[in-house]
Ligand binder design. Structure first.
Ligand code: PMP
Length: 396
């Protein structure tokens, strides 16, 4: 039967990663893959994680099955981290299940939505994280884009967004990034989140929030402000969270899927459906990473240490954003890149064309994905001048 197959092209970002690895230029710069890097270009294990892993190794008593929802202590602690002290959480209207990463959570969400409404369309920001399309299509759901990022102004297409969302019917799902929009770095402000809440109420569509970078924008609570506003005002909400970035647990696959219902009973019924979806995909999530997160969030000292490390990462990224704009000015890179300093999280678009991106790779070993999205954290004191000079050359 395998003769039916046609080769599937490599994911462009993973392809670039391989090319970067093979590149022997000592000045090479990787601004492609979405992994946090420190000043030395490394992605070390967080200290709080190392300590929690040690505790886990010493204290783990069994490897027996945990259950479909995974680690329930983790689920409660994650719900607190994501939702804070909002009423629906206290009222038992929010139920959370551990999932294998944010991707696993989104895949569960996709199957869950398909069960609730086979004909649901998933509306995603134009543009969005490319894997959103694959995930929802894999569940047999249709996707449509709504206007979001404006490549002309490097700002938000707010009016066009609202106009399109006014056409979205009840039964459809609108997916927003809770913070640190990937790929643009452009987030809604609180007034704009309120407009989204009102649209959801009026139109009756369901909002799904992808929260993959909580703590990377302005702070753990600040980054959840829009999410909490929606959760406080709407009857139903879906949230897919990831601990890949904020705990640096990328390869350990830690995430969470939360369903919020109009009351505790409907949330419980919805949750049993999420669990039965999980049963048919991977049965149970892996234990290690979620146990580590639970040990951190459940321990005052470890939690404080983790928050301090996360604050440091965020401060580095935000400092880099201003630094990059200054360096571009210093080296006379044509154009106004001030928007980079205004945006959030690890990503921004440079807004340069494919020829410039290709030349950066071929002539300077600077790796940027085809959309011109850069991982801000890939810039450091050593490579910033090289990057700015190269960019000034290719944009001349
Ligand atoms: N959503 C968005 C917007 C992301 O950028 C990512 C990571 N690139 C994820 C979800 C999923 O992350 P993971 O599966 O690694 O937890």
């Amino acid at each position: 039967m395998f003769e039916q197959f046609k080769p599937v092209p490599t994911d462009p970002i993973l392809g670039l990663m391989a090319e970067f690895k093979a590149d022997t230029n000592p000045n090479k710069v990787d601004l492609s893959v979405g992994v946090y890097k420190d000043e030395h270009g490394d992605t070390p294990v967080m200290k709080a994680v190392k300590k929690a892993e040690k505790l886990r190794l010493e204290n783990e008593k069994s490897k027996a099955y945990l259950g479909l929802a995974g680690n329930t202590e983790y689920n409660d602690l994650m719900a607190d981290l994501i939702f804070g002290d909002i009423e629906p959480l206290k009222q038992g209207r929010i139920k959370t299940a551990q999932t294998p990463g944010g991707t696993g959570s989104l895949r569960v969400a996709a199957e869950f939505i398909k069960r609730a409404n086979t004909d649901a369309t998933i509306w995603v920001t134009g543009p969005t994280w490319a894997n959103h399309f694959s995930i929802f299509h894999a569940a047999g759901l249709e996707t449509k884009e709504f206007p979001y990022f404006d490549f002309e102004t490097m700002g938000l297409k707010f009016d066009e967004m609202v106009a399109t969302l006014k056409t979205v019917p009840a039964g459809d799902v609108v997916l927003f990034h809770a913070c640190c929009h990937n790929p643009s770095g452009l987030d809604l402000n609180i007034e704009q989140w309120q407009v989204v809440a009102d649209l959801a109420k009026n139109q009756g569509f369901t909002v799904l929030l992808d929260s993959a970078y909580q703590g990377f924008g302005s702070g753990l609570d600040e980054d959840a402000a829009g999410l909490r506003l929606l959760a406080s005002q709407l009857d139903e909400l879906l949230v897919c969270a990831s601990c890949s970035k904020n705990f640096g647990l990328y390869r350990d696959r830690v995430g969470a899927f939360s369903v919020m219902g109009k009351d505790a009973d409907s949330a419980s019924v919805a949750y049993t459906n999420a669990l039965s979806v999980i049963r048919a995909i991977y049965s149970m999530p892996p234990a290690h990473g979620a146990d580590v997160v639970a040990r951190i969030l459940g321990n005052k000292e470890l939690k404080a240490e983790w928050i301090a490390e996360l604050d440091e990462k965020r401060a580095r990224i935000n400092g880099l954003r201003t630094f990059i704009v200054e360096k571009f000015k210093e080296h006379n890179v044509p154009g106004d890149f001030g928007f980079i300093a205004e945006q959030n999280g690890m990503f921004s678009f440079l807004g340069i064309d494919k020829t410039a991106i290709q030349r950066l790779k071929d002539e300077y070993s600077i790796y940027i994905v085809g959309s011109s999205r850069i991982n801000v954290a890939g810039v450091n004191q050593d490579n910033a001048d090289y990057l700015a000079k190269a960019l000034a050359e290719v944009l001349k």
